[in-house]
Design a binder for this molecule. Structure first.
Ligand code: SAM
Length: 284
């Protein structure tokens, strides 16, 4: 058995921890996977790292050895004292006991970078799978000043996030990711790399944030509502999906727009490119 497996078992026994399924607790016990996450995130002493869901601190320890500062955000109070005990010798460690979805990350990043003179911010995590999508959406939509997001997520979601918009596996979130970032699939991770084992296969992905969104869109809100409406009823043609959506457009108006743009009026939303969505949203 690996050292990280032994350490995890030891910590769980010492502190009487059983994994809380509701909080998506699957602790990493595979040294190679941990090293891959850390190496992929390319951390240096100039970096502020925000780790979401540090759990028992397996990944945190390696991050602390490389980063200028690590801020770990953990919801489970039981982990807080363990992490404090474990990492009290590190002066570059801060722990926040909060739901990550409620944390003002913009403020946190700005204050820490200014105070410590750190150059870049990177997000690293073995994410709690039950809230993968809201977390990724928050990280992108809040337009944080971050360089990259390296995360372990369920494979099915990874395929969606890293798909080409309009291609196989694409969903509404594919367009959001592509708009803000480039993406890469780094490593498929088997279930036995965790205790307890998750019920789904996992994958490490990396998103590199673009300096500017990939295309210029006049009204982002309208653009993303259009995409969301199109995927809400993805089996329908765009015309039928839009007709029933909350967008302020009739089926007839949409038909006219598609004709003007030379797009097949029987097209389904999932077949449209990001440019086509942008052009349609500009005519709405
Ligand atoms: N990083 C550890 C590892 O790799 O072994 C644990 C990863 S585990 C998949 C996910 C972690 O996220 C758990 O520690 C869980 O308590 C924490 N978590 C769950 N929901 C959270 C939330 N809303 N905000 C912050 N942390 C959360």
């Amino acid at each position: 058995m690996s050292k990280v497996y032994e350490d995890t078992k030891f910590l769980m026994k010492k502190y009487g921890i059983t994994a809380n399924k509701k909080l998506g607790q699957n602790f990493l016990i595979d040294e190679n996977v941990i090293d891959t996450i850390v190496n992929t995130s390319e951390i240096s002493s100039d970096d502020l790292v925000i780790e979401i869901g540090p759990g028992l601190g397996t990944l945190t320890q390696k991050l602390l050895q490389k980063a200028g500062k690590v801020i770990a955000i953990e919801l489970d109070e039981r982990m807080i004292s363990i992490l404090k005990d474990r990492f009290f010798i590190y002066h570059n460690f801060e722990i926040i006991n909060e739901d990550v979805l409620k944390v003002d990350l913009n403020k946190l990043i700005k204050e820490n970078k200014e105070q410590l003179g750190l150059k870049r911010t990177k997000i690293v995590a073995n994410l709690p799978y039950y809230i993968t999508t809201p977390i990724i959406m928050k990280l992108l939509e809040e337009k944080l000043n971050i360089e990259s997001i390296t995360v372990m997520i369920q494979k099915e979601v990874a395929d969606r996030l890293t798909a080409i918009p309009g291609g196989k596996n694409s969903g509404a979130i594919t367009y959001t990711v592509y708009y803000y970032a480039t993406s890469e699939e780094v490593l498929t991770v088997p279930n036995n790399s965790f205790i307890p084992e998750p019920e789904v296969e996992s994958e490490v992905i990396k998103l590199n944030l673009r300096k500017e969104p990939v295309i210029k869109v006049k009204d982002e809100k309208k653009f993303f509502s259009l995409i969301k409406s199109a995927f809400m009823q993805r089996r329908k043609t765009l015309l039928n999906a839009i007709g029933n959506s909350g967008l302020n457009t009739t089926k007839e108006q949409m038909e006219q727009i598609l004709k003007e743009l030379d797009i097949d009026t029987k097209v389904r939303g999932e077949a449209l490119t990001i440019d086509q969505f942008a052009k349609i949203s500009e005519k709405l």
